[in-house]
Design a protein around this ligand. Structure first.
Ligand SMILES: NC(=O)c1ccc[n+]([C@@H]2O[C@H](COP(=O)([O-])OP(=O)(O)OC[C@H]3O[C@@H](n4cnc5c(N)ncnc54)[C@H](O)[C@@H]3O)[C@@H](O)[C@H]2O)c1
Length: 321
């Protein structure tokens, strides 16, 4: 697909994944409108969009008139979400208002203002819950472990309904843990790796909770490529796909790699009781269906990805605290 001059709407555009996508689209010459409400203590950061040639609108997807933002878009990348699992447990009404109800608002606005737009929806592996068999493909039954998993599943299903009933080309990407530049590193709210990076750069020990759990982290440039490929490939439209990343590694393996690359130390702790109740245990994706349909494959090794992420924050730490 030639992205040059193409009108694109990105929700959640000041967040971690949305901002990286905005940079990639702008670099390809797309005309990008990005919406973000800087809400819920998520990944939004004003620095995330530094240097991106885009139109940014600050607003809440639950309230703002979405029609002018969608107007004539050929692709909508839909990433705005309440993403905190603990936050969703604490305030499930706000969680569902963004992740499900506001999704229906966007669907209705897009029907009027961008009837032909392809929609790539950011979904999550979270709602598979605690699985018994790895790797996980898309036929795995859904068993959300928390309120956020319920609302994210509902939002995805409203979009897929729009595909079935109105023929809207929709692709839903069920992402695993993503990491890289522009990740929120202030605390543990956006993956464990964020706070680990902060701690090693501040020369403090970081905490590993549990340690045996497996994860298949995706580097953000590979996530961006997956979003672009999903929009570009008609074979993907109407489908739900798992997106994986690096070969599975335990949290202990990951901690050792961070220490090898950046120095520092870590301590291993029991999982905090309130988080253990909603923890999903080990996960890694079978993303073969998406690879086959789109030609996508993750290109960044864990070592390179973590190294690049550390380098990125070395010169920008203050902007992310
Ligand atoms: N990062 C990951 O590891 C991961 C994993 C699975 C799924 N996802 C999904 O990918 C998407 C992007 O996640 P992210 O990691 O970039 O998170 P993020 O918190 O950095 O980005 C989400 C953005 O949405 C914005 N937002 C939230 N509510 C809004 C509202 N009512 N109106 C307007 N903007 C609002 C936030 O301000 C934030 O900038 C989300 O849908 C998330 O569920 C991410």
């Amino acid at each position: 697909m030639d992205w040059s001059r193409r009108k694109v709407f990105v929700t959640g555009g000041a967040g971690f994944l949305g901002s990286n996508l905005c940079h990639a689209l702008a670099a390809r010459g797309a005309r990008v409108t990005a919406l973000d409400g800087f809400l819920f203590g998520g990944g939004a950061n004003p620095r995330n969009l530094d240097g991106a040639d885009i139109d940014f609108v600050r607003g809440d997807i639950r309230e703002i008139d979405l029609r002018p933002l969608c107007e004539d878009a050929s692709v909508i990348f839909n990433l705005a979400a309440q993403t905190s699992h603990m936050g969703g447990q604490a305030d499930p009404l706000a969680d569902i208002a963004v992740n499900a109800v506001a999704q229906v608002r966007l669907i209705q606005a897009a029907r009027e203002a961008a009837p032909d737009a392809v929609v790539v929806h950011a979904s999550t592996r979270q709602f598979y819950g605690r699985v018994e068999k790895l790797p996980v493909d898309e036929r795995q039954p859904v068993a959300p472990p928390d309120a956020n998993g319920v609302s994210k599943f509902a939002g995805e299903q409203y979009w897929m309904l729009e595909n079935r009933v109105r023929n809207r080309p929709v692709v839903s990407l069920r992402l695993t843990n993503c990491y890289g530049p522009r990740l929120r590193i202030r605390d543990a709210r956006q993956t464990f790796l964020g706070i680990w990076i902060r701690c090693v750069l501040e020369k403090r020990p970081f905490e590993v909770w549990g340690g045996a759990q497996l994860r298949d982290l995706t580097y953000v440039d590979d996530v961006t490529e997956a979003f672009l490929a999903a929009a570009e490939q008609p074979a993907c439209h109407g489908q739900i796909y798992n997106i994986g990343g690096s070969p599975p590694a335990s949290l202990h393996d990951l901690a050792e790699m961070v220490v090898r690359l950046a120095g520092g130390t870590y301590v291993t702790r029991e999982f905090p009781a309130d988080r253990a109740r909603i923890d999903i245990g080990s996960y890694h994706a079978d993303d073969g269906a998406f690879r086959a349909a789109s030609g996508w494959a993750p290109r960044t090794s864990l070592e390179d990805g973590i190294g690049r992420t550390l380098d990125w924050y070395r010169t920008r730490l203050a902007d992310y605290l």
